[in-house]
Design a protein around this ligand. Structure first.
Ligand SMILES: Cc1cc2nc3c(=O)[nH]c(=O)nc-3n(C[C@H](O)[C@H](O)[C@H](O)COP(=O)(O)OP(=O)(O)OC[C@H]3O[C@@H](n4cnc5c(N)ncnc54)[C@H](O)[C@@H]3O)c2cc1C
Length: 477
């Protein structure tokens, strides 16, 4: 199918994965990435001699798409898994274990929950009411806080579910959609009156020895986009950076893209287009010809955050922390309530033993700051954010030494918020896009923002485009 030309807008993981599939199917592909580098939220750089990701650092290994892609690139032998899976929660002033038996913070084992001391005695006493309360009515979508709070009480929401969801969405439980952010729990809750029983059902159905939960690449997940770009090039495709797409217009037989600065724009014609950019730029691009999709995309909000990476000498820790890191519930980290503002800490060199092997004398730590609605925290200077992260480690780990190196990465509008009604919104986008021949959308804004989900959406978009091109060329599927 060498006569067809497909353009992929956006060189993040979704755009590159879609482009690779198209290129491997013989389509002439051009990826247009607006920024000077490919990868989007995947980026890695060295700090004190250790390659530490600045954005996404691990892929869920319980979904196949990420691992399959790495395997298709001939790199499955390179995959590494965390050395420790235990992590903590800073609750009621102390670091405590995340109780076993939970699914995204929703507990199923009351004994483990009690033993963790994450909840106050009153909060803990409220939880078993779930077993006797009548069914919680749920017509359409509801917020996580509304449903989980009604069943298990507000403390479970504040001290378990919101921090775990916060690690993914940096969002607020009172806005996030129960159906879209906890799909397995929400589905199980439809067939159980008790939420505890619903989660027990999920746990019982899970494989007994499911293998590692997460995986990454030895030089960082930020190397994956470059492996993909090399593969696309090998298959004859082109990946361009510094090529912002300003306009997308439908033509009689395809699409025309306007690329580059307003003063010297370049026009590019394509038989098919995959739009793999965040919701706001996708909305702008779709506005002229698919306004119904643009309207819905324009309603998807994003949270901003910063990752502060500190590289300490290992001797700076009076005692090396146990576990891969910890989460800080909003009720603990809220600066208005005397908190420090750090919402999660990852001891990268302890979570990933290959990093420790690389530089045994260095402990790299990633601290994240910023949730939806906390943009004011990010107005601080890099020095102030670094000082905040250092204060967090001094308080929880007793580290008073200055880090050997530090780095601040800001992700403005980094994480889409799957708020109540998200699934309906996405269905409307897809319905509108389905009416535009040769157009597809992919990426974190739609059906999951984890890397495997982005790859799945990329695959679906590429297959849609392939179908269109094949039917145009009169080639059977
Ligand atoms: C700090 C952080 C940590 C994360 N950690 C994890 C993790 O550990 N595991 C995990 O699974 N997920 C994680 N995620 C989520 C995951 O990384 C993202 O959801 C995913 O990488 C998004 O990929 P994407 O291709 O949809 O979009 P993006 O990565 O946003 O890529 C879109 C690309 O489009 C480009 N673009 C935008 N507009 C235009 C235009 N008009 N023309 C051309 N190009 C344009 C952008 O420059 C960008 O490169 C994390 C996210 C963040 C922010």
């Amino acid at each position: 199918m060498t006569t067809s030309h497909a353009v992929v807008v956006g060189g993040g993981i979704a755009g590159l994965a879609a482009a690779r599939l198209l290129a491997r199917e013989g389509v002439r592909v051009t990826v247009l990435e607006g920024s000077p580098r490919i990868g989007g939220k995947l980026r890695v750089s060295e700090i004190a001699g250790v390659p530490v990701d600045e954005g996404a650092e691990s892929m869920l290994a319980r979904r196949p798409e990420g691992l399959d892609l790495v395997r298709d690139l001939g790199r499955s032998g390179d995959l590494v898994n965390p050395g420790t899976t235990s992590s903590g929660i800073l609750s009621r002033g102390e670091l405590r274990p995340i109780p076993s038996g939970q699914v995204m913070g929703v507990p199923s084992d009351l004994k483990a929950l009690a033993a963790s001391h994450v909840l106050s005695p009153a909060g803990l006493a409220r939880v078993p009411l779930d077993l006797v309360l009548p069914e919680t009515p749920r017509g359409g979508d509801v917020s996580v806080a509304d449903y989980v709070g009604a069943r298990l009480g507000g403390e479970v929401v504040d001290r378990l579910v919101e921090p775990l969801l916060g690690g993914v969405y940096a969002g607020r439980a009172e806005r996030l959609s129960f159906e879209s952010t906890l799909p397995a729990v929400a589905a199980a809750a439809r067939s159980h009156r008790s939420l505890i029983h619903a989660v027990q059902g999920i746990r019982n159905a899970a494989p007994k020895d499911p293998g590692p939960v997460f995986a990454t690449l030895p030089d960082g997940l930020g190397t994956l986009p470059h492996l993909l770009a090399a593969d696309i090039a090998e298959a004859g495709g082109t990946v361009r950076t510094g090529a912002t797409v300003r306009e997308l217009r439908r033509r009689e037989n395809g699409w025309r893209l306007t690329v580059g600065p307003a003063r010297g724009p370049e026009h590019l014609d394509a038989d098919a287009v995959v739009v793999a950019v965040p919701a706001a730029p996708a909305s702008r691009l779709l506005e002229p010809d698919v306004p119904a999709a643009a309207r819905e995309l324009g309603g998807i909000e994003y949270a901003s955050m910063a990752i502060i990476t500190l590289a300490y000498r290992a001797t700076a820790f009076p005692r090396l922390p146990e576990g891969s890191g910890y989460l800080v519930p909003n009720v603990e980290c809220d600066t208005a309530r005397g908190g420090r503002g750090v919402k999660a800490v990852t001891f990268s060199s302890l979570k990933w033993p290959h990093l420790r092997d690389r530089e045994p004398g260095v402990i790299a730590v990633r601290c994240s700051i910023g949730r939806y609605g906390e943009e004011h925290l990010l107005q601080r200077t890099d020095e102030e954010l670094t000082a905040t992260a250092m204060a967090e480690l001094a308080a929880t780990c007793g580290v008073t030494e200055l880090p050997a190196e530090s780095r601040v990465t800001r992700w403005g509008g980094g994480l889409p918020q799957y708020n109540v009604g998200h699934a309906d919104r996405v269905a409307k986008v897809r319905a509108a896009v389905a009416g535009a021949p040769g157009l597809a959308v992919a990426g974190a804004a739609y059906d999951g923002l984890g890397i495997p989900a982005c790859i799945a959406s990329a695959r679906a978009a590429a297959l849609r485009v392939l179908d269109h091109l094949r039917s145009r060329e009169g080639v059977g599927p």
